[in-house]
Design a protein around this ligand. Structure first.
Ligand SMILES: Nc1ncnc2c1ncn2[C@@H]1O[C@H](COP(=O)(O)OP(=O)(O)OP(=O)(O)O)[C@@H](O)[C@H]1O
Ligand SMILES: [Mg+2]
Length: 605
C-alpha cells in the first residue's frame, strides 16, 4: 500500500543564491499513483543520473514518462496530487534536496522542465523577453544576459527570431525558443519532454550539438523523454525504456551494456524507422550485443561494420542502398523484418499526370498581417485525386500556413486555391468542410468537447453521417489507446499521444475525401506511430487524397506517394534528380533512397 506520507530523508534547504548543484539525482524504489487512478503509473523505479550525461527515457505512449518528469521537477505534489513511496533525491556532497518537501524557491534552481507542448512553455510577448525572463529573475546583469542569449540563439540557429513576437512563431520555432529559455537558466538538471518532436532535420542537428556542448561542461545532467531514439542515439550516454506497467524494463549505458539485446527488443522499441537496418548500422554499442546465432551471421555483422566505417561522419550517397541489398540477400530474418518497411506495391488509386487536380494552388502568395515578408511567394502546386503528398520543410518554412490556406482559414494575399476547379472562397463552408478532414499541428487546438466520445461524434452529428456506433467506438478506443470507460473522460486529461490520435480520428471519422494533416506522427511511441501511418495508408488505399506536413521522413516515405519540399515560399518535388534537402542524416538519406526505389515522387506542376 502506498501512502501520501513518504520516506523521511534529511534534506538541506539550498540557498538559491549559492552555486548550483552539479550533483546526482538518485531515484530509489520510487512508485507513484495519481489520486483518482486505481493503479500506480510508476512502479519501483531505481536509477541514478550523473552530471555530464544525457539520458534518454523512452516507452509506450501514456506509460508515465511525463509523470516521472513531474515528480523529478517538483510539479508533483504541488500541481499534480497523488501518492508515492520510495525517494527522489538530489545529492551533491553534503547537500541533499528532496523535491517533494523542499520549498519551491529551493529546488527551482535545480531543475528546468521543458514541457512537450510548445504553447505551454512560453510566457512572454516577444522572443527577447522570453529568453531573458528567467535570467532577469535570477538577477543577472543585463550585459551578461545579452551575451548568454546571443550565444544560445546562434547555436540553435534561431538568431533571426529574436525580434519576433511569440505568436508569430511556427510551432518548431516555439519549441526551440522554449528550450533555449529554460536551458539558459543553467540548472544542473534539465528535463526535456519530446524536444525533437517539432524540429526539422537541420534544427534537430543544431539542438543535438547544443545539448552535447552543455553536457561537456560536466555541470549538467540532461534527461530527455522522447520516442525518437534514432536521432538521439549519437548523443546519449544512458537509455532507459519504460514498460506499459511503469517499470523500467530495459536499460543501456554507453560502453557498459550488461544485457545481450535481442532482435525482438529492438523491434518492440525502435521500429519507428522505415529502414531499421540502417539504424542498426549506426549502433556499434548495440551491435556488440546482438544475438548472433539466432539472428545475424558473422558475415552480416562484418558487413554492417564495414559499411559503418566507410560512412562514419559523412552523408552517404544514395548508393548506400546497394550495400543494404547485399545484406538483405544474405539474411532471411533481416529481410523479413525489413520487408515490413516500405511496401512497393501499395499506393492507393493509380494517379495519372493527365488527371485533373483535386486541389490546385495557382500563383499563391501569403504574408501574415503586418509582416513584411511573404511565407508563400507565387507558389503553385497541383494535387490529384488519390495522391498522398508529404510536405517537408524547415521550421518556419510555411507548412502549417499552407495547410491553413488550403482549409480556407486564412486567405491568400495573391493568387487562388481551387478545389475541383472551383475557387475555395466560393464554395459553401459547410459543403467544403464536409469534404475536408483537418488535423491541427497542436492537438489541443481542436479539442473542444467535454468528453472523448463527444469529440469523436461531433463531425458525425454535424454532417449527419451514418456509422455503426458500437463497432466504431470500440475501434476508436483501441486506436487512441484508452479504456472503454475513458470515452467519458475529458479529452484534456489524455496523454499527448492520445490527444494526437483523438484529434486525427475526430477529423477523419466522417470519411471526408480530402485529408489535411499537420504533423500526424508526433507524440506517439514506435508502435502507435506505425499504426497512425498504417491508418493513413489504409485511408489512401481506400481512395482518399492526403496532404500532410511532417518532419518524419520515415513515416512520410512509408505512407506517401509523393514528397514535396517547401522552401523560400515555393514547392519542389523531391525526386532522385532534385536530390535531398540539406540536413538529412544518414538514416533519412537511406530512407529516401528506399522511397525513390519504390517509385517515389511523380512530378506535378
Ligand atoms: N500569426 C503570425 N503572424 C506573423 N508571422 C507568423 C504567424 N504565424 C507564423 N508566422 C511566420 O510564418 C512563417 C511560417 O510559419 P509556419 O507555422 O507556417 O511554419 P511551419 O513550416 O509550419 O513550421 P514548423 O515546422 O515549425 O511547424 C514563420 O516564419 C513564422 O514565424
Ligand atoms: Mg507547422
Amino acid at each position: 500500500m502506498m501512502s501520501a506520507a513518504h520516506d523521511n530523508h534529511d534534506s538541506v534547504m539550498l540557498d538559491p543564491r549559492q552555486d548550483k548543484l552539479g550533483g546526482r539525482l538518485k531515484v530509489t524504489n520510487f512508485s507513484f499513483k495519481y489520486n483518482k487512478e486505481s493503479k500506480p503509473i510508476l512502479q519501483d523505479l531505481t536509477f541514478t543520473l550523473h552530471p555530464g550525461e544525457i539520458s534518454l527515457l523512452a516507452g509506450p505512449s501514456g506509460c508515465g514518462k511525463t509523470t516521472l518528469a513531474y515528480c523529478i521537477s517538483g510539479l508533483v505534489p504541488r500541481a499534480f496530487k497523488g501518492y508515492w513511496k520510495g525517494s527522489i533525491l538530489y545529492e551533491d556532497g553534503e547537500q541533499v534536496v528532496d523535491p517533494f518537501s523542499a520549498r519551491v524557491s529551493d529546488f527551482s534552481t535545480i531543475t528546468s522542465f521543458v514541457s512537450q507542448n510548445p504553447d505551454d512553455i512560453l510566457v512572454s510577448l516577444d522572443v527577447r523577453a522570453e529568453l531573458a525572463f528567467g535570467l532577469e529573475n535570477l538577477g543577472m546583469p543585463v550585459p551578461e544576459i545579452k551575451e548568454k542569449i546571443d550565444q544560445a540563439v546562434t547555436r540553435l540557429g534561431i538568431s533571426h527570431l529574436l525580434d519576433k513576437e511569440v505568436h508569430q512563431l511556427s510551432t518548431g520555432q516555439k519549441q526551440l525558443v522554449g528550450i533555449a529559455s529554460y536551458v539558459l537558466m543553467d540548472c544542473p538538471f534539465i528535463i526535456l519532454d519530446e524536444p525533437t518532436a517539432y524540429l526539422d532535420p537541420m534544427h534537430l542537428q543544431d539542438l543535438l550539438a547544443f545539448l552535447e556542448r552543455i553536457k561537456s561542461s560536466r555541470a549538467h545532467s540532461i534527461v530527455i523523454l522522447d520516442h525518437d531514439v534514432d536521432s538521439l542515439y549519437p548523443v546519449i550516454d544512458r537509455f532507459m525504456h519504460m514498460s506499459r506497467e511503469g517499470t523500467i524494463d530495459y536499460r543501456w549505458e554507453r560502453g557498459t551494456s550488461t544485457k545481450r539485446i535481442r532482435m525482438d527488443d529492438i523491434k518492440a522499441t525502435f521500429t519507428r524507422s522505415a529502414s531499421e537496418i540502417s539504424w542498426l548500422f549506426s549502433l556499434t554499442g548495440f551491435l556488440e550485443n546482438l544475438d548472433r546465432e539466432t539472428y545475424c551471421t558473422d558475415e552480416l555483422l562484418a558487413k554492417m561494420r564495414e559499411i559503418q566505417a566507410t560512412t562514419a561522419g559523412k552523408l552517404p550517397s544514395l548508393q548506400f542502398a546497394r550495400n543494404e541489398r547485399d545484406i538483405l540477400e544474405k539474411s532471411p530474418s533481416v529481410r523479413e523484418w525489413y520487408g515490413s518497411a516500405i511496401d512497393p506495391n501499395r499506393g492507393g488509386k493509380t494517379v495519372h499526370e493527365a488527371d485533373s487536380p483535386l486541389l490546385r494552388l495557382e500563383n499563391v502568395s501569403y504574408s501574415y498581417p503586418g509582416s513584411p515578408s511573404e511565407v508563400l511567394s507565387d507558389a503553385s502546386i497541383s494535387i490529384r485525386e488519390g495522391e498522398s503528398v508529404g510536405i517537408m520543410g524547415m521550421n518556419g518554412a510555411g507548412k502549417s500556413t499552407l495547410l491553413k490556406l488550403v482549409a480556407g482559414m486564412i486567405q491568400p494575399t495573391k493568387g487562388q486555391i481551387f478545389y475541383k476547379d472551383t475557387p475555395i472562397g466560393t464554395i459553401r463552408r459547410k459543403k467544403y468542410y464536409r469534404d475536408l478532414g483537418f488535423t491541427f499541428q497542436n492537438p489541443e487546438m481542436q479539442l473542444f468537447n467535454r468528453t472523448v466520445k463527444r469529440e469523436l461524434l461531433y463531425s458525425i452529428q454535424n454532417y449527419k453521417v451514418e456509422i455503426p456506433m458500437e463497432e466504431t467506438m470500440q475501434e476508436m478506443v483501441g486506436m487512441i489507446g484508452i479504456e472503454h470507460q475513458d470515452l467519458d473522460t475529458n479529452p484534456f486529461l489524455l496523454s499527448w499521444g492520445q490527444k494526437r490520435r483523438l484529434s486525427i480520428l475526430s477529423s477523419i471519422i466522417h470519411q471526408p475525401p480530402l485529408l489535411i494533416l499537420d504533423e500526424p506522427f508526433l507524440g506517439h511511441d514506435a508502435a502507435t506511430s506505425r499504426s497512425v501511418m498504417e491508418l493513413l495508408c489504409q485511408l489512401h488505399d481506400d481512395g482518399k487524397t492526403i496532404l500532410m506536413a511532417s518532419h518524419d521522413v520515415n513515416m512520410l516515405a512509408k505512407s506517401c506517394t509523393r514528397m514535396v519540399y517547401l522552401n523560400d515560399g515555393s514547392f519542389t518535388d523531391i525526386t532522385p534528380d532534385t536530390g535531398l534537402p540539406e540536413g538529412f542524416n544518414t538514416h533519412q538519406t537511406h530512407v529516401m533512397s528506399a522511397f525513390f526505389k519504390k517509385g517515389g515522387s511523380i512530378t506535378c506542376g
